[in-house]
Design a binder for this molecule. Structure first.
Ligand code: SF4
Ligand code: SF4
Length: 181
């Protein structure tokens, strides 16, 4: 059974490809914000946002770094948008062995967009602040999160698994301790 009720803030950066000029200010701002010490260097290869560029087609696609993947995918997709063809990996946010994007140049560690998490929080992520062409638009929305209430059958399966792993006596002692609190 699922209950509604919990609220969660979803942060989102909308990308308007038609407005992107390929200036790469977003890459600079991201790399500066994440440099150590902060703002000590500008290096697009350390940025968590990269602008895919195809000057001949006048195509620029900003992509934020997503999850790390150990292996490159075996099947790829090509996109045609307004008669412009985008290469196979143009929209992919993965830190993947098939390319140098989204990997720390010195250590090779994967990079991932963290939405510029900071204390106190920024009004807008750095890449959005740096984009003077409104190609990156920051949006926050509140969503209700479904909270799942465990059902008797699920609880029984969970307890059976614990008993199998730790033995009935250990589980009984743990339940007794927890219910006496
Ligand atoms: S939101 Fe922050 S971490 Fe993510 S790409 Fe933009 S500047 Fe980099
Ligand atoms: S700063 Fe804006 S216009 Fe410039 S490359 Fe990045 S997304 Fe495109």
């Amino acid at each position: 059974m699922k209950n509604r009720g919990k609220k969660k803030i979803i942060k989102d950066i909308k990308v308007d490809i038609d407005k992107c000029t390929g200036c790469r200010s977003c890459e600079m701002a991201c790399s500066a914000f994440h440099s150590v010490p902060r703002y000590s260097s500008l290096n697009p290869s350390r940025s968590r946002i990269r602008v895919f560029m195809d000057e001949l087609q006048d195509a620029f696609v900003p992509v934020r770094a997503g999850e790390f993947t150990k292996a490159e995918c075996s099947g790829r997709s090509r996109y045609v948008i307004n008669d412009k063809e985008y290469s196979e990996c143009a929209f992919c946010p993965a830190s993947c062995p098939s390319r140098d994007w989204f990997r720390e140049p010195d250590s090779d560690l994967p990079l991932k967009c963290d939405m510029c998490k900071d204390v106190p929080p920024l009004d807008e992520p750095m890449c959005v602040q740096a984009c003077k062409f409104d190609a990156l638009i920051y949006e926050e929305k509140e969503e209700e999160v479904e909270v799942k209430t465990p059902q008797p059958e699920e609880m029984k399966n969970g307890i059976d698994a614990l008993i199998k792993k730790y033995g009935a006596e250990v589980v009984r002692d743990a339940v007794n301790r927890a219910t006496k609190r």
